[in-house]
Design a protein around this ligand. Structure first.
Ligand code: CTP
Ligand code: MG
Length: 231
């Protein structure tokens, strides 16, 4: 790997977990002895290719300070914003003076606790020489329908459809420009790749199955538990 290029991780963790519906934000729910956020942070805190880690927290967060984050890396927290994109942009602003414009940032959902070192390293190796960036993703396996009300109106050809996971790894200045444009123009996006697409750039995908486990509803915990217990 090119040692000249820094790789910062950003974990947006400022959501309230509305769909999960517990009395604490889902990233603080425990799997085994650790919170989901701690599981999500672990591969970055222990990976030699990662320079530093920034976590965006809700302005009302009263859980993070109870965690014991042990790391020798640069580690900072920042306040998140009204959407995931705002939270990521805030973190980018916070680390602006800690890296070069052409260095990389890897944005990873705090709600994905199962990312393996193997997938993280593969993403970094595959992206480090690219001009723009790439994301972990997986091909769509089920047949996909467009539904209106409760009626199918269309079956969509799934042969070239992929699920976008995280981490999503981009050159700092491109992601900054792309997110700022989407926020300024009120363009709604749910991942970083969409913002990069919005400024007309091409994003690569890399298959990475450990990244697909995302905690959205309580039933997802079982899948994550299984994944983490066989690690
Ligand atoms: N996130 C964030 N800032 C926001 C909204 C979301 O940092 N304003 C983070 C979440 O904490 C999560 C990631 O973005 O780590 C992906 O979002 P999602 O899974 O949708 O989490 P929530 O927004 O918390 O859940 P919900 O949509 O059910 O409320
Ligand atoms: Mg959300």
């Amino acid at each position: 790997m090119n040692n000249e290029t820094a790789c910062w991780a950003i974990l947006p963790a400022a959501g309230i977990g509305e769909r999960f519906g517990s009395n604490i934000p889902k990233q603080y729910v425990k799997i085994a002895d650790k919170t989901i956020l701690e599981h999500a942070l672990k591969p970055f805190l222990t990976n030699e290719n990662i320079t530093g880690v920034a976590v965006a927290l809700n302005s009302h967060d009263d859980h993070f300070s109870n965690l014991q984050i042990k790391t020798s890396k640069q580690f900072i927290t920042t306040v998140g914003g009204e959407t995931r994109a705002h939270s990521v942009l805030n973190a980018l602003i916070e680390i602006e003076n800690l890296l070069d414009r052409s260095d990389f940032v890897l944005v990873h959902d705090a709600a994905r606790p199962c990312l393996s070192h193997q997938d993280l390293n593969a993403l970094i190796e595959n992206t480090i020489d690219l001009g723009v960036g790439s994301i972990l993703a997986g091909p769509v396996a089920d047949t996909v329908k467009r539904v209106e009300g409760n009626t199918i109106v269309e079956t969509i050809d799934r042969s070239d459809l992929w699920h976008a996971y995280t981490p999503q790894m981009f050159r700092y200045h491109l992601l900054f420009t792309a997110l700022k444009k989407c926020i300024d123009k009120n363009i709604s996006i749910t991942d970083e790749a969409s913002a990069i697409e919005e400024i007309g750039l091409k994003v690569n995908v890399l298959r990475g199955d450990s990244a697909k486990v995302k905690i959205t509803i309580p039933q997802d915990l079982k899948i994550a538990e299984k994944f983490l217990s066989v690690e």
